[in-house]
Design a protein around this ligand. Structure first.
Ligand code: TXA
Ligand code: MG
Length: 349
């Protein structure tokens, strides 16, 4: 049985925090909001509780979980020694949507890290997340709350639809402010490599960590055979209906204004394009505001499955700031690139 507790994310009730913390301490599963997406959390020190996370979201056991902490004392518990230099840098990005790989302490079971000696750690900014971890008194291992391969959950409506009956508690706190997951970087080798583009733009992280290596892989351009972050070899963020990426905005606009393929294609684009679309269209917000586009992206991918259409077609966005994360998610969710009108006809045959 799943308990659903509604509370204000900005001003959560003490009772809701206590219920969630107690569930975690007792080895249960809690779906809770962070500033990025909803997480599906368990006590990071309990191998049994973490195994339940993998089962609940049908996640392969070799795809490790991020450990969420509430303060620097907890960082010391979950990692081996962290240098003062790195600590100073972490203090500049935490709490916030940045995840770092560090050497794990023996207190973190191998279940959490998929057998790796590195643990991914982040101190979330979301009030509910921070307070639940603090109250539980243990770090919380949590992947994004979606069932494996599905789009991440950025609204409690979707958490309830997808996870009712699979977890002990769902915190019903509405939409999450960022809408895309944390940025993951690896600083273990001396330099700094981007493992996953995310809510914190690379440009901002470079001011703190120095030059960051951004590979085609981290942009979602191709699936590498060497999984830098193990999760990336799996299908990701996918609606059930097939989604295609238009190779440029002009093409998408043309298709949407042609009005051919009505009831076959559903468009996902900026509000500006939606306004003139003759096809059904889900607006992601003002196209020049990538923060808004990021916030609405995953919900729009989920809405596609409810649309009366055969396929979805999505707009490309510029790859700066949050756009890097937006395009990474879009590429991974897509089944292919549409470069001209002919390829649509072929697809719909
Ligand atoms: O914003 C976020 O990061 C959200 C919220 C809930 O915090 N969490 C999230 O978790 O997106 P998840 O599990 O959906 O994505 C975490 C990624 C996965 O691709 C996983 O493979 C990678 O981080 N990862 C986790 N631990 C790792 C480790 N020890 N070594 C390498 N990659 C790791
Ligand atoms: Mg995920």
């Amino acid at each position: 049985m799943t308990t659903i507790v509604k509370t204000d994310p900005e001003n959560p009730s003490i009772q809701s925090i206590e219920t969630a913390a107690k569930t975690i301490r007792e080895g249960g599963l809690v779906v809770f909001p962070t500033e990025t997406v909803y997480g599906l959390g368990a006590n990071a020190y309990s191998s049994d509780a973490c195994l339940k996370v993998f089962r609940a979201k049908e996640r392969p056991p070799d795809n490790p979980l991020i450990v969420h902490i509430s303060d620097m004392e907890m960082l010391k518990e979950v990692t081996l020694e962290v240098s003062d230099e790195i600590l100073k840098k972490l203090e500049k990005v935490w709490p916030g949507p940045v995840t770092i790989l560090l050497q794990k302490s023996p207190k973190i079971p191998g279940t959490v890290t998929g057998g790796s000696s590195l643990v991914a750690v982040r101190m979330p900014e979301g009030k509910v997340a921070l307070e639940v971890i603090r109250k539980a008194g243990v770090p919380i291992a949590a992947p994004s709350a979606n069932i494996s391969t599905r789009p991440s959950i950025t609204d409690s409506r979707h958490a309830i639809e997808e996870l009712d009956g699979r977890v002990d508690l769902i915190m019903d706190c509405g939409p999450t402010p960022q809408g895309v997951e944390s940025t993951i970087i690896d600083i273990s080798g001396g330099g700094c490599t981007l493992l996953r583009a995310g809510a914190k733009p690379v440009e901002e992280l470079e001011k703190i960590f120095g030059p960051i290596k951004v590979t085609d892989f981290s942009r979602g351009l191709h699936e590498s055979t060497i999984p830098l972050a193990p999760g990336m070899k799996y299908r990701h963020y996918s609606p059930t209906k097939k989604l295609y990426l238009a190779s440029n905005v002009e093409l998408l606009q043309k298709i949407s204004e042609l009005g051919e393929w009505r009831e076959k294609i559903s468009i996902i684009s900026s509000d500006e394009i939606c306004r003139n679309s003759k096809l059904q269209c889900t607006g992601l917000g003002d196209g020049s505001d990538l923060d808004v586009i990021a916030r609405n992206l995953f919900s729009a991918l989920r809405e596609l499955d409810k649309m009366d259409c055969t396929i979805g077609l999505i707009q490309p966005f510029p790859e700066h700031g949050k756009g890097l994360a937006i395009m990474n998610r879009i590429r991974k969710a897509s089944s292919g690139l549409i470069e001209d009108l002919d390829s649509i006809n072929m697809l719909l045959q």
